[in-house]
Design a protein. Structure first.
Length: 133
């Protein structure tokens, strides 16, 4: 994963996640707080937690069907955190099967593109530098 920040994710799961992302076109790959993720227009579409669990964003009806089909639940970045409402946890067997996982990642990317873009943050000027705002 070509990210500027270091990620603290189990290497085996990160390699599987990266293998799938390498097949996904136009996904903006990033990292933050030791985890890696993809984003579209400022909205996350997939992520891998520092615990090696992958989450993908899906619309409600597809989320429910995915959880039922794969016997999984909503994604949690950390076991102590509440679930991420629009993200499903990807089972390890599915993560290891890039061909089966790819359509879900593509659907996640497509769904995330339909969301309202997040506003970009404007560069903040340090008031102590005496520069123009």
């Amino acid at each position: 994963m070509e990210t500027a920040k270091r990620v603290n994710v189990p290497e085996a799961q990160l390699a599987l996640y990266q293998r799938a992302l390498d097949r996904l076109k136009d996904a903006d790959q990033k990292s933050n707080f030791g985890s890696a993720y993809t984003a579209v227009n400022g909205n996350m579409s997939s992520m891998i937690s520092k615990h090696g669990v992958v989450g993908i964003r899906l619309p409600k009806t597809e989320r429910d069907a995915f959880m039922s089909l794969h016997g999984t639940e909503l994604f949690r970045g950390d076991p102590a955190w509440p679930p991420a409402k629009e993200f499903v946890a990807v089972p390890q067997a599915l993560l290891a099967d890039t061909e089966r996982l790819l359509p879900y990642l593509e659907r996640s990317f497509e769904f995330t593109q339909s969301l309202k873009p997040k506003a970009l943050r404007k560069a903040q000027t340090d008031s102590r530098d005496g520069g123009d705002p």
